[in-house]
Design a protein around this ligand. Structure first.
Ligand code: GLN
Length: 304
């Protein structure tokens, strides 16, 4: 498979899409990102690395981190985790509050904001030094010690994150947040502020394509069953109320973020990350979705 040529074709064939969509302006720092950035990186399980465009520039991974957070919590807590967060697609926006009240504070899944806030609370209980241990886990997944939080992004989101604060307080009222609400929100915003390049992001998702094993090592971060379930969550919940559309058009487990990144996994083959900051109305990268649709069309690889 000539992945390099395919990535170049994808960049050329999606160039017309470049100006479409909107930056996520509700997080102040994200409004400053040059909207014409486009990068893609594909890492294969046998060590192949293929890239095009701005694949080395770190960007705000935002909600993509929810996969890494739930993966860490699941790896540590096992099946008990699902007592506090569900595994059903929400069919609602990432920051929706509506289901939370009538489902009595149990978020539909860990990849919407409400679920990720519960996962942040779980990690605060499980870890002695959550900020340090979580970034260490992300660095280990990506095999890269340079990955960091961006404190300015986290602060900016905290100052404007009224909807997430509402969600955390509602969760607390139902008893599904154990720590102080502000402590949980701070950790959630900090985790969303992690910056990674497409290359680092693709690398960090390779264990999901590799039965939970860190590529090139014998170390397992998750069991085969946990990996299957984490991929299933990405497939059914990774794009909020566009999860069906992404499954229909791309056919890979994946996760988007409002920074314009998308990471996706082709089990036993590769992990891929794409970045293009302009978002469609559902909050997913407009050009990124098109790029991945072309990738599975051209390679013929998908989980279906
Ligand atoms: N930090 C963002 C928020 O909580 C993440 C949203 C996203 O990337 N979809 O609103």
């Amino acid at each position: 498979m000539n992945y390099q040529q395919i990535l170049e074709e994808i960049a050329a064939e999606t160039a017309d899409e470049a100006g479409r969509g909107q930056l996520a302006t509700y997080i102040p720092e994200l409004a400053k990102v040059p909207p014409d950035r486009f990068g893609i990186h594909l890492a294969t399980l046998d060590g192949g690395q293929f890239a095009f465009g701005d694949a080395e520039i770190p960007f705000s991974i935002q909600s993509i981190v929810k996969v890494l957070a739930v993966a860490m919590a699941y790896g540590k807590l096992g099946e008990r985790l699902w007592q506090r967060v569900g595994v059903e697609p929400s069919g609602t926006a990432f920051n929706s509050l509506v289901q939370l009240e009538y489902e009595k504070g149990i978020p539909r899944n860990p990849l919407i904001n409400a679920g990720a806030i519960v996962i942040a609370d779980v990690l605060l209980d499980l870890l002695d030094d959550p900020e340090t241990e979580f970034i260490a886990f992300v660095r280990k997944m990506a095999a890269d010690e340079t990955i960091s939080y961006n404190l300015q992004v986290a602060e900016g989101e905290k100052a404007t994150g009224f909807r997430n604060a509402a969600m955390a307080n509602l969760l607390k009222s139902f008893g599904n947040i154990r720590n102080d609400v502000n402590r949980v929100l701070d950790f959630y915003f900090l985790s969303c502020s992690i910056e990674m390049s497409c290359r680092q992001l693709a690398q960090s998702f390779l264990p999901f394509a590799n039965h939970g094993q860190l590529p090139g090592t014998t170390e397992k971060v998750f069991t085969i069953s946990q990996t299957k379930r984490l991929n299933a969550l990405m497939q059914t919940c990774g794009f909020y109320d566009e999860a069906g559309e992404f499954t229909f058009k791309v056919g890979l487990p994946g996760k988007s973020g409002v920074g314009g990144g998308i990471a996706a996994v082709c089990p036993k083959q590769f992990a891929v990350a794409v970045w293009s900051p302009l978002l469609n109305p559902k909050g997913n990268s407009h050009r990124g979705m098109k790029a991945l649709e072309l990738l599975t069309t051209k390679t013929g690889f998908s989980v279906f």
